[in-house]
Ligand binder design. Structure first.
Ligand code: FAD
Length: 486
């Protein structure tokens, strides 16, 4: 009998738990440890953040589902890792701390045969002074609670539009020189713009995009060349076209380092220190590792065997210049190189290098996007980790057999830009592969143009809206959920 412990119940953790439970016989134990009592379908936070969707429509409680499906669940957070066990544990274990009301603060040692670390990123608001959601009129949509507050902030602003003569300023983008998740901010700014237009108050607002991207449409993936109808177009031109169409100003190459009293302070790549005022801002924070520590059997600190900020996996972490990095450096099995029963799918694994070209300002500040890890690869990597563990438990393969790298995986970024089955619209960008392969697709910016394309229109919105229902169906493990791809 094997015990598989999964840390985190986001897209990666929940996907891994679902597949493990479906495919493994009951004699094996599947246990999830995660602090939030709810599953949240994060992409729909954007619609919660403009008051088009209730937060209750994008979450559901984990405990009843896990009970029904025979998946163990502890509403707790992992604190540290003991992969070799200790004097009293022969097996590896993790220390966890309960966060549920009834057991708050209680700690426990949870041992395992296989461990899946799917704890995603730490939303590191503290890395930017004054960026805390709700403070200084700056908001976030990274969690459903944050999105609810952002929607309230936006409603107040709409009310203000009827009385204020001066233009009301909205600032949306990245709130740290190395923040990622530009796609989510892009989707949010388009939705906000659309809501204001629909409310008939658009002319009362000045809307500005701020980002650490060297060029618009970089998205942390070094931008892309796209098939667009019968033509090819760069993501830079596409995004600029969309912003110009909607009268959205943009500031690029900006590393936001402080937010204070409706003022955002940033340094640009030219080394200038500038500021931008706003009445409402939504700025994506830095995504960091959680800062977990690991210990050997004797209690020695061995954090560097497990973590490099995020968790170490089968990537090539050799330090080398950007030009020498290759797509083969990216991991395929998400197995830790030092402990072969530990895996890290989704955002939890440490990327080997940035995808966007690293750049520093004249003052030496690194200002460029970190690599994004979107929903589709999070689900795919979680499923393949689950399949490898199943094979290892069943003695089918001793080493991970199922493989998938972000260098041979695609991503679809569908940014809804208006809500409603007839009034909706979306900018859809499909990219293959996520990590550009500059050798294989040398003439097309590292991407396959047959599978990398941009589209605009109502159909994209329908797709995004359908995905909301399909993925919640899947997450709730409703009949035939496993037929819905990751
Ligand atoms: C606003 C927004 C919109 C997005 N829109 C899209 C989109 O349209 N399409 C797309 O493909 N991607 C989108 N993404 C990205 C997508 O949401 C992420 O790729 C995905 O959520 C990553 O999944 P994950 O499971 O790795 O991490 P997460 O979803 O962050 O899950 C991490 C889990 O770990 C838990 N956890 C945290 N700390 C601990 C701890 N100490 N112990 C145990 N558990 C812990 C958390 O509670 C959570 O359950 C969006 C992201 C944001 C923020």
């Amino acid at each position: 009998m094997a015990k598989i412990v999964i840390l985190g119940a986001g897209i990666a953790g929940h996907t891994a738990a679902s597949h493990l439970r479906r495919k493994l016989s009951k004699q094996h134990e599947v246990l999830v440890v995660s602090p939030n009592s709810n599953y949240q379908w994060v992409p729909s936070n954007i619609w919660v953040g403009v008051n088009r969707m209730n937060y209750k429509d994008i979450i559901f409680p984990l405990a009843p589902l896990y009970k029904k499906k025979n998946i163990g669940y502890k509403q707790a957070k992992v604190v540290d890792f003991w992969p070799e066990g200790n004097e009293s544990h022969t097996k590896g274990f993790v220390n966890i701390e309960y966060v549920s009301e009834s057991r708050k603060g209680e700690t426990e040692q949870v041992d395992y045969d296989y461990l899946i670390n799917a704890t995603g990123p730490k939303l590191a608001f503290e890395q930017t002074e004054g960026l805390n959601p709700g403070q200084n009129d700056v908001f976030s949509v990274c969690t459903y609670n944050h999105a609810v507050h952002a929607a309230e902030g936006l409603e107040k602003l709409k009310a203000l539009a009827t009385t204020k003569n001066k233009k009301i300023k909205i600032l949306i983008g990245t709130g740290h020189p190395k923040a990622t998740c530009q796609g989510a901010a892009f989707e949010y700014i388009l939705n906000v713009e659309n809501e204001l237009s629909r409310a008939g108050v658009r002319d009362k607002f000045e809307i500005t995009w701020i980002s650490n991207e060297y060029e618009m449409g970089d998205f942390g993936m070094d931008g892309m060349l796209l098939s667009y109808g019968n033509e090819t177009m760069s993501s830079k031109d596409m995004v600029e076209m969309v912003f110009n169409d909607r009268n959205i100003r943009f500031i690029k190459r900006a590393g936001v380092y402080k937010v204070e009293n409706n003022t955002c302070y940033y340094e640009n790549l030219a080394g200038e220190y500038k500021e931008e005022t706003f009445d409402f801002a939504m700025l994506i924070p830095a995504f960091a590792g959680h800062g977990f520590k690991a210990f050997s059997k004797t209690g020695e600190n061995i954090t560097d065997k497990l973590f490099k900020g995020f968790m170490l996996v089968d990537a090539n972490y050799t330090s080398k210049p950007y030009e020498e990095w290759t797509v083969q450096d990216w991991p395929e099995t998400y197995q830790n190189p030092n402990y072969d029963n530990i895996f890290a799918p989704g955002i939890a694994f440490a990327p080997p290098h940035t995808i966007s070209q690293p750049r520093t300002s004249k003052n030496g500040t690194a200002i460029f996007p970190s690599p994004p890890r979107t929903g589709m690869p999070s689900g795919i990597t979680a499923k393949l980790v689950a399949d490898n563990i199943i094979d290892m438990i069943n003695d089918k393969h001793k080493t991970p057999h199922h493989k998938g790298s972000m260098g041979n995986m695609g991503a679809a970024c569908i940014a809804s830009s208006g809500f409603g089955l007839t009034k909706g619209s979306a900018i859809s960008i499909t990219t293959f592969p996520i990590v550009p392969d500059y050798k294989k697709y040398a003439k097309t910016g590292g991407r396959d143009l047959n599978k990398t394309f941009g589209e605009m229109g109502l159909a994209g919105h329908w797709v995004k809206y359908s995905l909301h229902f399909a993925f919640l169906w899947k997450a709730k493990m409703r009949p035939f959920w496993w037929l819905i791809p990751e």
